[in-house]
Structure formats: structure tokens, C-alpha cells
Design a protein around this ligand. Structure first.
Ligand code: PMP
Length: 375
């Protein structure tokens, strides 16, 4: 296992005064501490000692029911047997690897992709088959050539991809499913849509039980709860449950009840519209700043939701070279190379726009542009 460069960077960005575009963090100022405090009391008085006891590996039944109901859309009808509660969506990634991958197995991944998926699967001896990404998401037309290498699964983030923010088009969603391979749909950002029309998930479009989907409350409630899940066909859920048992027995019972209490008292309905409004303003401020200050020849994605804008600098400008200079001026970003396979993406950078307020975003983008111009 290699240390994650991003985790190292996050340590540096914890410094006071730092304008960090580096992490994938929500703004903790937007959490309602009063609501959480009330929910803690409510769980203790309503559920009592059961909320502090060991629980089932699959998760608290009522929470599994809530997740099943929330994601049953159109023709998709889910029950709790389709749902395994996990310790963050990150654990769903780990479990998928443990259950599905043997040494030497191939996994199709977007290039760039979510690097912590690679960190979970690399130690298992997985090999990655990269597929390009453009403004319409994974370039599905590149898949047929890779399928000849018999990948065990295709890992894809169709909605507001990390790190690019782009969304897979409807046409490509349908084409992706036609390729017949098992698909891991990582879907943490779906609820954070600021404009445009919602597209059906791959899970909703799938008719062959080939898709399994990871989700999380990290981006909608709060990441510190560490509550995620995986939705899939019951035999797969059962196998993942067995693997989870050996990892942590179960996800925190108390935190599951806390999440459930927040959901049942309307936290999402109240909180998500506010998140959408605040994050939309921040995205727009960052897009404005980039247009105003960034060097000519730079391009960037225009995401309809999620947390990230991905910048491509003019050819030959290696983003990682500017990071120490940017950190000196109290601005942080992640060099895009970190998300790429095969050393690609040296002239790219990922910018998070959800953590900092609009004023800091404006200052930070301007400073970053000065660093790039000065060099
Ligand atoms: N998948 C993707 C694409 C993510 O961006 C993240 C969070 N950065 C995760 C999974 C893990 O989220 P969680 O906090 O639920 O473990």
C-alpha cells in the first residue's frame, strides 16, 4: 500500500488561513448542530440501550428499509435484502474488491478516476484498464476493445464524477449497460444537483441484475457519521455481508440510528435545498474566477452538480510543480495526475468548490492564477 498523496496534502491544508480547494469536503458550517444534538437525545430516549448494542452486520433494518424505499424508482423495486449498510461508501469499494477480485483480475476504470478505489484494489493485485473521460463522462465507445480482456467489473461514477464533475449522458448510460459486464456504479454525489435534469441511474436502467451501486450520507448528512451502503442483487449483498463481518462486525449502531432519526425528522428535505443553493453559488464563483484570471489556453469542466471542477492547463504546465508555491500562498489544490493512471494528466488540477465561502473562493482562484502566471 502506498500512502495516499491526498491524505498527506489534507494534513497540510488543515493549517488555519489555508484556502483549500483540495479535499472533497462539505462545509461543516452548514451542519445543523442543534438538529444533531436533538437527534442524539431522541435516539437515546426512543431506542435506548439497543442503539448502543452490537447490531446485525447488514445494518439496522429500518435504515435498510429507508434506503431501499428512497432508491426504488420507476421500475426498480428494492427491499432491505438489496441493501448492505457500510462504514462509508469507501467500505463498499473495499468489499467489492474482496468479494469480486482475485490477483491478476482486470477492472475497467475511468481515467481520471477516484483514486481511493485504486488504493482499495491495488493491494489485491488488480490490474486497471483505463477508459477516457470527456464532457459526457466515460467514453463508452472505447469499451469494446477492453472487453476482449475480460474485465471482472467496470467501475464508473456516472453522476458528477470525482475528480472531473462530469455526468455520463443518457445515451452512454444505455450503451454501457449493453456491454454486459458487471458494473459498479459509485454514486455519492447524485443529490447535489444545481441545475439540469436528473438522469436515471445505471441501477434504474439495468434489467439484468448486473449493476451494484454504492451510496453515502457523507455528502448529504455528514461524513463523520461514516454511513454508506451498497445496493445490489441479494446474493452479492450476502457475500459482501460475510466479508464485512470479518472487517468490522457491523457499522456503528448508534450512528445508524442517528442517521435514521435525522432522516425521519425531515433533515434531508430541509438541508439539501440549502446545500444546493450555497454550493451552486460557490460553483458559480469559481467558474467566474477561472474565466477572469486563469491563463489563456486553460480549459475546465462545467459541472451541473457535485463538488469538483477539473482544470486542464496549457500543455507543458505541470500542475504538481505549482503546488508548493500555491501552498506558500495559502491555497491548496490536488494535482490531477493523482487521479490518472499511466502518468497522464500532468497539466490538470482538481478544485473543490464546496468547502470555502464565496469570498475565499474568489481570493483563492485569483492567487492560484497569480502563482501560475508568475511561474
Ligand atoms: N466514492 C467517491 C467517488 C467519493 O468521492 C467518495 C468520497 N470522497 C467516496 C466514495 C467515499 O465516501 P464515504 O465518505 O462515504 O466513505
Amino acid at each position: 500500500m502506498r500512502p495516499s498523496a491526498l491524505r498527506q496534502l489534507l494534513k497540510a491544508t488543515a493549517r488555519p488561513g489555508m484556502i483549500s480547494f483540495a479535499g472533497g469536503l462539505p462545509d461543516a458550517e452548514l451542519f445543523s448542530l442543534e438538529r444533531v444534538q436533538a437527534a442524539v437525545g431522541a435516539v437515546l430516549s426512543r431506542v435506548g440501550g439497543r442503539a448502543l448494542q452490537y447490531g446485525e452486520t447488514e445494518g439496522v433494518a429500518e435504515l435498510r428499509d429507508w434506503i431501499a424505499a428512497h432508491y426504488s424508482r420507476g421500475a426498480l423495486h428494492l427491499t432491505r435484502e438489496n441493501v448492505l449498510v457500510t462504514t462509508g461508501a469507501q467500505q463498499a469499494l473495499d468489499l467489492a474488491g474482496r468479494v469480486l477480485l482475485d490477483a491478476g483480475d482486470r477492472v475497467v476504470v475511468e481515467n481520471p478516476t477516484y483514486m481511493a478505489a485504486l488504493l482499495a484494489w491495488q493491494p489485491l493485485g488488480a490490474n486497471f484498464l483505463p477508459v477516457g473521460v470527456d464532457a459526457g463522462g466515460m467514453k463508452v465507445e472505447e469499451l469494446p476493445a477492453l472487453l476482449a480482456q475480460r474485465p471482472k467489473m467496470i467501475y464508473v461514477m456516472p453522476t458528477f464524477q470525482n475528480p472531473t464533475g462530469v455526468t455520463l449522458t443518457r445515451k452512454r448510460r444505455v450503451e454501457l449497460l449493453q456491454c454486459g459486464a458487471p458494473v459498479f456504479e459509485d454514486n455519492p454525489y447524485e443529490e447535489l444537483r444545481y441545475e439540469g435534469e436528473r438522469l436515471p441511474s445505471l441501477l434504474e436502467l439495468d434489467s439484468g441484475a448486473r449493476v451494484f451501486q454504492a451510496g453515502t450520507f457523507s455528502k448529504t448528512l455528514m461524513p463523520g457519521l461514516r454511513i454508506g451502503w451498497v445496493i445490489g442483487p441479494p446474493p452479492l449483498i450476502e457475500r459482501m455481508g460475510r466479508a464485512k463481518q470479518a472487517m468490522d462486525l457491523h457499522t456503528s449502531t448508534f450512528n445508524q440510528h442517528l442517521a435514521l432519526e435525522l432522516l425521519q425528522t425531515g433533515y434531508m428535505e430541509e438541508f439539501i435545498p440549502r446545500l444546493r443553493q450555497v454550493y451552486r453559488e460557490r460553483r458559480d464563483a469559481m467558474l467566474d474566477g477561472l474565466a477572469k484570471y486563469f491563463p489563456p489556453g486553460s480549459t475546465w469542466t462545467k459541472p451541473e452538480g457535485g463538488m469538483f471542477i477539473f482544470v486542464t492547463l496549457p500543455e507543458g504546465m505541470a500542475a504538481a510543480k505549482y503546488l508548493p508555491l500555491a501552498l506558500e500562498r495559502d491555497v491548496a489544490f490536488v494535482p490531477g495526475e493523482e487521479f490518472h493512471l499511466q502518468g497522464a494528466g500532468r497539466n490538470t488540477m482538481r478544485l473543490n468548490f464546496t468547502k470555502m465561502p464565496v469570498a475565499e473562493i474568489k481570493t483563492g482562484v485569483q492567487r492560484l492564477a497569480e502563482v501560475l502566471a508568475g511561474a
